[in-house]
Design a protein around this ligand. Structure first.
Ligand code: DO4
Ligand code: MG
Length: 278
């Protein structure tokens, strides 16, 4: 079951039909004791609404914070060790990859999140930028995973590579994060064979593409959530990005006008254009 947030309210998709969800606050929706059962009742009681097709799909977020896990795939560890070598910080990435405690960092408030079809941004003072395609968990306030969405953790590699202490500036700025197009509702872990695909289109041609599977994710989503909720409360739940396993080669940087397409079956495709500046 897929849950969408749109300009006409929330919709649940079932067997190709879209049912309007009466709850008009996204936060209240996420707080349902058993969201899956509630949405099943919406489908059972409701009439499929045609208004979905005229609505604009928005990022599936209310007031939740977005957090992110880092260095959870070998490729991220290696790329970051290389990037931080001259700053003397390379070793930290190897250490966090094998440590028991994961790297977790604050990524975005809802106002910094781009929805599907809108644009993500490159910082105006950064020269080397990449998207990071990440399976993203939605939890409720009790730290239970209630769904999955597609995330893009936009990153300025020159800034984080200059000094690991610059990480918040490399990661957190307006439109540095994209989420969507929907939340796949469910708490069952996605199979390890689930593919994550990314394609970057420039001037009508594919400038970069890659694919991995969740088999490369070193840490269990539930463990990441467990660490996030230690001594932290999230009254309306939280989003947690699970890290990237795809890093383009060091010669690649995003440009204004690029289009980023990230697909995680069975959630869907998150597509955003890129701009540098406002
Ligand atoms: O430690 C830097 C950030 C890592 C990250 O965002 C990732 O691995 O996805
Ligand atoms: Mg990341």
């Amino acid at each position: 079951m897929k849950l969408y947030r749109t300009t006409n309210g929330a919709y649940v998709e079932h067997d190709g039909s879209y049912y309007n969800v009466a709850e008009n606050s996204w936060d209240a929706l996420v707080m349902h004791d058993d969201l899956h059962a509630y949405l099943q009742s919406v489908v059972a009681d409701g009439e499929a609404g045609a208004e979905f097709s005229s609505a604009q799909i928005l990022a599936p977020i209310g007031t939740q914070e977005v957090w992110a896990a880092g260095v959870t795939y070998y490729r991220s560890r290696s790329a970051r060790m290389e990037e931080a070598k001259s700053a003397g910080g390379g070793d930290f990435y190897d250490r966090v990859y094998s440590a028991e405690r994961p790297e977790l960092f604050f990524k975005a408030t809802a106002s910094r999140v781009a929805g599907p079809g809108s644009h993500v941004r490159i910082r105006s003072d950064a020269k080397w930028n990449v998207p990071e395609p990440e399976l993203t968990l939605l939890t409720n306030d009790r730290g239970q995973i209630i769904g999955y969405t597609v995330g893009n953790d936009m990153s300025s590699r020159d800034i984080e590579g200059e000094n690991p202490l610059y990480l918040p500036q490399a990661k957190v700025y307006d439109r540095s994060c994209a989420l969507g197009p929907c939340v796949l509702i469910g708490s069952e872990p996605l199979p390890a064979t689930t593919p994550i695909r990314m394609e970057i289109v420039r001037g009508g041609a594919v400038a970069f593409s890659a694919e991995i599977t969740l088999a490369g994710l070193k840490r269990a989503p539930a463990t990441l959530v467990d660490y996030l909720f230690r001594d932290n409360s999230f009254p309306f739940g939280a989003f947690l990005m699970t890290g990237t396993g795809i890093v383009p080669p060091d010669t690649f940087t995003l440009k204004s006008g690029d289009s980023i397409r990230i697909t995680i079956d069975p959630i869907g495709t998150l597509e955003n254009d890129v701009i540098q500046g406002r």
